[in-house]
Design a protein around this ligand. Structure first.
Ligand code: NAD
Ligand code: UDP
Length: 311
């Protein structure tokens, strides 16, 4: 049994990761300040005596003896990370430093939840890990994109300078149960709108693309990455290469919910990437990992979740 810290463990992905690690027999410390996370996500875990919830802000140092750290603490939805952009940058950068210092103190392995946003609005398609990206350093998405890029730099520097046992995964758009109805990301927005028969808000023409990964596939990939030897540090892309336009996604969700919703077209936010698709060759070769759950199956599970909860 390992003692594992999940920062951001009360969030969408973090709550699934905590549940999986408990199921695998570990002691899990879930650290969260509940800025975008929800107690409901982890209420089913609170009775487990191998689960510890710590209400803590990752921008402040934290100390506990630990074997592994998954660093997920950071708002991930554009509306949430832009709400207090300076705090988002602090969370990424100071949070990374605090978690890396902790890993260094106890010789723990540490995995960074990085993002496809490090590729920005990419000129290379699909995106492989050797692409340096096309990121606007002064735009409204920069607090997140550059914060995550800086966190990757810190991980690499703690590895080179202090021999910290790091792992970096770059996560592409992920969805599933435990997304908050007010999350603001496209899949939660479309389900909430469709189930209420409200207008479906497509930003821009809807011809921009994303590749959507179901959360269980991601969690499997993250755990495989953590379990690699110390010489495997990444970054490694984790995502589902099947690419869809946002318009296709909207029509799919309207049809599967039997909704009367109509599509409306709203202004496209600044710096919204036009296309995004992971090259997962490295994940296939090194982690022996590939996504198993395709969009229709994943959306059905997600729809069942949104039908169950109140919003
Ligand atoms: P989320 O917003 O549901 O989860 C983030 C969690 O971090 C929340 O519980 C939030 O309360 C917590 N948090 C935020 N600031 C904190 C702070 N200062 N101190 C402590 N806790 C804090 O988002 P998510 O989709 O679950 O994303 C989890 C991680 O994965 C994030 O780091 C995100 O950048 C990364 N990621 C997610 C996606 C995706 O598509 N979901 C894609 C790429 C990367
Ligand atoms: N989007 C949309 N309608 C919404 C929410 C998002 O058309 O109600 C679009 C958004 O402009 C982007 C895509 O869907 O092109 C994915 O947005 P999301 O916020 O989920 O993730 P990200 O932009 O970070 O990939």
């Amino acid at each position: 049994m390992k003692k594992i810290l999940v920062s951001g463990g009360g969030g969408f992905i973090g709550s699934h990761l905590c549940a999986r690690l408990l199921n695998d027999g570990h002691h899990v410390i879930c650290m969260d300040n509940f800025f975008t996370g929800a107690k409901n996500n982890i209420s089913n875990l609170l009775g487990n005596d191998r689960f510890t919830l710590v209400n803590h802000d990752v921008v402040l140092p934290y100390d506990t003896e630990i074997d592994e750290i998954y660093n997920l603490a950071c708002p991930a939805s554009p509306i949430h990370y832009q709400y207090d952009a300076i705090k988002t940058m602090k969370t990424s950068v100071l949070g990374a430093i605090n978690m890396l210092e902790l890993a260094s103190k106890y010789n723990a392995k540490i995995l960074q939840a990085s993002t496809s946003e490090v590729y920005g609005d990419p000129f290379v398609h699909p995106q492989s890990e050797d692409y340096w990206g096309n990121v606007n350093p002064i735009g409204i998405r920069s607090c997140y994109d550059e914060g995550k890029r800086c966190a990757e730099t810190l991980f690499m520097d703690y590895y080179r300078q202090n021999n910290v046992r790091i792992k970096i995964v770059r996560i592409f758009n992920t969805y599933g149960p435990n997304m908050q109805p007010n999350d603001g990301r496209v899949i939660s927005n479309f389900f909430v709108q469709a189930l209420n028969n409200n207008d479906i808000t497509i930003y821009g023409s809807g011809q921009q693309t994303r590749s959507f990964q179901y959360v269980d596939d991601l969690v499997e990939g993250m755990i495989r990455m953590m379990n690699t030897d110390d010489d495997v540090i990444g970054p490694i892309n984790l995502g589902n290469p099947n690419e869809f336009t946002i318009f296709e996604l909207a029509t799919k969700i309207i049809s599967m919910t039997n909704s009367n919703s109509k599509i409306i077209f709203c202004p496209l936010p600044h710096d919204d990437p036009k296309q995004r698709q992971p090259d997962i060759t490295q994940a296939k070769n090194i982690l022996k990992w590939a996504p198993a759950i395709e969009l229709n199956e994943g959306l059905t599970k997600t729809m069942d979740y949104f039908k169950r909860i109140d919003f």
